[in-house]
Design a protein. Structure first.
Length: 192
């Protein structure tokens, strides 16, 4: 017998039969998360692609998020995003936009409507809205543009409590033919 110990057999750890499951779950989760994120991003950008101009006389709006039609435009050459609102009798803008384009409060004018046409003069008024009454004022602006359309010297309601989007109301829309069909609103010049 020898004094040297016999070599111990080397034991290799048994290969784990499920060692591939964790990486597979990780990559599957990452792919699912990427797909969900891409889908959410595509849905969020639909509003920015909602405008399509066809020839110079027809504008087609696609139904946007929340079931509303939106269109980019300008009030007195200042860019704005309009929400098309057939329930609004008057186009309305936020007070911040009114101040930016030079609209100012005018002294009470009673029944003297001739001052209504003074540039930048805003006549106080109380409005009945879907949410009750609201105080604001009415002024004339040099122009309203949306798509290929422009109206000159229209009246707008300037609303202190309004944030964000302006409302494109029936005072403007009545000059056009509106046809809603298949998730689209087609706006064309009246008589076309």
């Amino acid at each position: 017998m020898s004094d040297t110990p016999s070599p111990r057999p080397r034991h290799r750890p048994a290969a784990r039969s499920g060692g591939w499951i964790l990486p597979a779950l990780f990559w599957t989760g990452l792919i699912v998360l990427g797909t969900v994120a891409a889908s959410a991003w595509l849905n969020s950008t639909r509003g920015s692609r909602a405008l399509e101009v066809r020839d110079g006389d027809t504008l087609v709006l696609r139904l946007g998020r929340g079931g509303h039609y939106e269109v980019g435009g300008e009030v007195a050459a200042v860019p704005v995003r309009f929400l098309v609102d057939t329930g609004a009798s008057l186009t309305s803008i936020p007070q911040a936009l009114g101040e930016r384009i030079g609209i100012r409060a005018c002294p009470a004018i009673g029944f003297d409507l001739s001052r209504d046409s003074e540039p930048g003069c805003c006549r106080p008024e109380v409005f009945r809205t879907a949410n009750g009454t609201a105080e604001g004022c009415v002024a004339r602006v040099p122009s309203i543009r949306f798509g290929a359309f422009e109206l000159r010297n229209p009246r707008v309601a300037v609303m202190p409590g309004m944030d964000g989007q302006a409302l494109l109301g029936m005072d403007v829309l009545r000059h056009f033919s509106l046809v809603q069909e298949g998730g689209q609103l087609r706006i064309s010049r009246a008589g076309r």
